[in-house]
Design a protein around this ligand. Structure first.
Ligand code: NAD
Ligand code: DAU
Length: 341
C-alpha cells in the first residue's frame, strides 16, 4: 500500500510508519510540520529505506498537502498530526484549534478531491483519542458513548472527529476514526507523564504528581495502538469509529511508584502539586469492535513500563537534546521550577 502519514515524525506516527514499512512492506510518505514534538530522529532507522519519504509541511497548508499528495500518490491518508499535550492546550489553545479544525479540514478536502472509486477509493483514517468521551468513574466507554470533552485539546480533537464523520455522511468519503487510550513507549516527548517521571527520577528531580494522583489511565503500548490503527486501515468499515484501549488501568500514583522502583530513585522525590484544571478522573475504553477485526494488545503494562525505562536509560542521545533545549523553558513555565542541569 502507498500511504501518506501526516504527523509521522511524532511518537505514535513514527511507530506506525516503522511498522508499515518494516513489517508490512508499505511505501510511506510522512508529512510533518516538525513542531517541538516532531523529530526526524524518530524516523532515522527508515531514512535510508527507499520505501520511505519525508516532506516537511503543515496539514493546514493547502500547498504543502497538495505537494505531499503528489509525492506520495497515496491509497490512504492516515492523520496523526496534532498538538497533543493537555497542559499546553490549557495554557495556549491557539494551535490546537488551527491544527485540529483547519488542518483536518484541509486534509479532508484534499482527500475528497483526490478520491477514486470502488476498490481504488482513497481511505482516510483519523487518529483520535479516548479523551473525546470525557471522564468515566465506572464502566467503560464504547463507540456509542456521547462526546463530552473537557479540555481545549480534547474538544478540538472531538471537533475534528465530527468533521471527519460529516465527510463520510455528506460526500461518501471512506473515512474511519480510531480512538486510542493513553500511549507509552520509546520516543515519547518527555512532557508526558511516563517519560517525564523517568527522566526526573534518573536526575534526582522532584516527581510532580497533580492533585491526589488517584486519576486512572488506561495504558496502551504505542506498538499496540499503531497495530490497531493498521487493522482499522485495512479491515475497518468506512464511516465507523473504533476504540483501541490498552489491557491495564493504573492510578497515576501506582505508575510513579513503579518508576521510582525501576529507576532506583527515592520515594521522597514524589511531590503533590496543584491539580490540572478540569482534570479528567478516569479513562477506560472497550475495544471489542477493533478486536473483532483481529487486533489484540500484546504488551502488558508492567512489562512495557520496564522496557520503556530501559529504553530511556539506553537512549540519552535521543532525549538529551530535548532536555537541554526548549523543554527546560517549558518545564519552568509549567511547574515553576528548574530542572537539574
Ligand atoms: P506527538 O505530539 O508525539 O506528535 C505529533 C506530531 O504531529 C509531531 O510530529 C508534530 O510535528 C506533528 N504536527 C503537529 N502539528 C502539525 C501540523 N499542523 N501539521 C503537520 N504536522 C503536525 O503526538 P502523539 O502522541 O504521537 O499523538 C499522535 C496522534 O495520536 C494525535 O492525533 C493524538 O491526538 C493521538 N493520540 C495520542 C495518544 C497518546 O497517548 N499520546 C493517545 C490517543 C491518541
Ligand atoms: O488518553 C489519551 C490521551 O493521553 C492522549 O489523547 C493525549 O495526547 C496524551 O497526552 C494523554 O493525555 P493525558 O492528559 O492523560 O496524559 P499526560 O501524560 O499529560 O498525563 C497522564 C496523567 O498524569 C494525567 O492524569 C495527568 C497526570 N500528570 C501528568 C503530568 C505531565 C501528573 O500527575 N503530573 C505531570 O507532571
Amino acid at each position: 500500500m502507498k500511504l501518506l502519514v501526516c504527523g509521522g515524525a511524532g511518537f505514535i506516527g513514527s511507530t506506525f510508519a516503522r511498522q508499515r514499512v518494516q513489517e508490512h512492506g508499505d511505501e510511506v510518505t510522512v508529512l510533518d510540520k516538525l513542531t517541538y514534538a516532531g523529530r526526524e530522529e524518530n524516523l532515522q532507522d527508515l531514512a535510508d529505506d527507499p520505501r520511505f519519504h519525508f516532506v516537511r509541511g503543515a496539514i493546514e497548508d493547502r500547498e504543502a498537502v497538495a505537494g505531499a499528495i503528489e509525492a506520495a500518490s497515496p491509497q490512504a491518508i492516515v492523520n496523526f498530526a496534532a498538538e497533543t499535550h493537555v497542559d499546553r492546550s490549557i495554557a495556549e489553545p491557539d494551535t490546537f484549534v488551527s491544527t485540529h479544525a483547519l488542518g483536518t479540514y484541509v486534509l479532508l478536502e484534499a482527500a475528497r478531491t483526490l478520491r477514486g472509486t470502488g476498490e481504488h477509493a482513497l481511505r482516510y483514517v483519523q487518529v483520535s483519542t479516548d479523551e473525546v468521551y470525557g471522564s468515566i468513574e465506572e464502566g467503560t466507554f464504547t463507540e456509542h458513548s456521547p462526546l463530552a470533552p473537557s479540555s481545549p485539546y480534547s474538544a478540538t480533537k472531538a471537533g475534528a472527529d465530527l468533521l471527519v464523520q460529516s465527510y463520510f455522511h455528506t460526500y461518501g468519503l471512506p473515512a474511519l476514526i480510531c480512538r486510542g487510550s493513553n500511549n507509552y513507549g520509546p520516543y515519547q516527548y518527555p512532557e508526558k507523564l511516563i517519560p517525564l517521571m523517568i527522566l526526573n527520577a534518573l536526575y534526582g528531580d522532584a516527581l510532580p504528581v497533580y492533585g491526589d494522583g488517584m486519576q486512572v489511565r488506561n495504558w496502551i503500548h504505542a506498538t499496540d495502538f499503531a497495530a490497531a490503527i493498521g487493522h482499522v486501515l485495512e479491515h475497518g468499515q468506512p464511516g465507523e469509529v473504533y476504540n483501541a484501549g490498552g489491557p491495564d488501568e493504573e492510578a497515576n500514583m501506582t505508575v510513579v511508584r513503579r518508576i521510582v522502583e525501576l529507576t532506583g530513585a527515592q520515594e521522597s522525590q514524589i511531590e503533590h502539586v496543584t491539580d490540572r484544571p478540569g482534570h479528567d478522573r478516569r479513562y477506560s475504553l472497550s475495544s471489542e469492535k477493533v478486536r473483532a477485526l483481529g487486533w489484540s494488545p500484546g504488551v502488558r503494562f508492567d512489562e512495557g513500563l520496564e522496557q520503556t525505562v530501559s529504553w530511556y536509560r539506553d537512549n540519552d542521545w535521543w532525549w538529551q537534546p530535548i532536555r537541554s533545549g526548549d523543554y527546560r523553558a517549558y518545564y519552568e513555565r509549567q511547574y515553576g521550577r528548574t530542572l537539574q542541569p
